[in-house]
Design a protein around this ligand. Structure first.
Ligand code: ZN
Length: 68
C-alpha cells in the first residue's frame, strides 16, 4: 500500500497515511482537528523517485559503453 501525504486545509496540519488507492480525500480526516477538509499532496519520496529514474535512464542511454 502506498503512503499518501495530506495537508489539512483547516489547521494546516501535514500528515501521512498508509492507505489503499481507493481511499479518497473525503475518507481521510485530520489527526489534529478531525476535519475532512484535507488535500492530498505528492510526497517528497515520489518526487525524488521519479526524478531519480529519469536520471538513471538518461545516464544509461549511452556514454559509458566503451570497449576494450
Ligand atoms: Zn486539521
Amino acid at each position: 500500500m502506498p503512503i499518501y501525504e495530506y495537508i489539512c486545509q483547516d489547521c494546516d496540519e501535514k500528515f501521512s497515511r498508509l492507505q489503499s488507492i481507493h481511499v479518497s480525500e473525503k475518507d481521510t480526516s485530520c489527526p489534529k482537528c478531525a476535519s475532512n477538509n484535507v488535500k492530498k499532496v505528492l510526497s517528497a519520496f515520489s518526487y525524488s523517485a521519479s526524478s531519480l529514474s529519469d536520471l538513471t535512464s538518461s545516464l544509461s542511454g549511452g556514454g559509458l559503453s566503451g570497449g576494450t
